[in-house]
Design a protein around this ligand. Structure first.
Ligand SMILES: C[S@@+](CC[C@H](N)C(=O)[O-])C[C@H]1O[C@@H](n2cnc3c(N)ncnc32)[C@H](O)[C@@H]1O
Length: 194
């Protein structure tokens, strides 16, 4: 497996596992929140599979990803109410880009948080981008007993919300995905910036 997300950009939109993940994430998102009229940040948007679905209903989406190639693929889709930026979110970068103003009603992170170098620090930065009362929603692979360094547990997510001052609404198994390597559960974490 490559260390660079750029290397996955070309095949991302035709990968059936990735397509399935984004469809199931979108369904679980819509079960929880009405997207109409919302200003949304899609953190770690990749090529925008989830971004595009959200943009059909929400007022606007800002899509951010550290991979320039992923963002190039998203831009080729020309989605009228999506602004995008290739950037790693940090306390400095959010102050240097006008795209992050005004703050967001909803931030989504689909299969991203378990890949960032410092989950707690990333969440504390994302919290700064949420309006008061805004919602943060993430999906990540559930950690299995065999692979203790991959994915998250319910406890890791809940404790990290508490550490950064987000109010946990729910952490649950949202869906599972079956591929050649077996069946894996996906955790959905939902928190409010109260
Ligand atoms: C598994 S992919 C998920 C992409 C997309 N959310 C989807 O569901 O198709 C993880 C993505 O997170 C992005 N990423 C990883 N660390 C990041 C960071 N610190 N800031 C922004 N994006 C990051 C990667 O570039 C990659 O596109």
């Amino acid at each position: 497996m490559s260390d660079s997300w750029d290397d996955y950009a070309d095949g991302w939109d035709t990968n059936s596992d990735v397509i399935n993940y984004s469809e199931k994430a979108f369904d679980s998102l819509c079960e929880f929140i009405d997207l109409e009229g919302l200003r949304v940040l899609d953190f770690g948007c990749g090529t925008g599979l989830l971004t595009e679905k959200i943009a059909h209903v929400a007022s606007s989406v800002v899509a951010v990803d550290a991979s320039a190639k992923m963002i190039e693929a998203l831009r080729r889709k020309n989605i009228h109410n999506v602004d995008s930026l290739a950037c790693e979110i940090s306390k400095d970068s959010i102050n240097n880009h006008a795209i992050f103003e005004p703050r967001f009603d909803l931030i989504v992170a689909s299969s991203v948080c378990a890949f960032v170098p410092d989950y707690e620090n990333t969440l504390s930065t994302l919290k700064l981008l949420l309006k008061e009362g805004g919602t943060f929603i993430q999906w990540d692979w559930k950690r299995s007993n065999e692979e203790e360094d991959f994915g998250f547990t319910n406890e890791i997510i809940t404790n990290t919300y508490a550490n950064v001052g987000l109010c946990a609404v729910r952490v649950c198994e949202a869906f599972s995905l079956t591929s050649k390597s077996g069946t894996m559960q996906v955790l959905m974490g939902i928190a409010k910036n109260t």
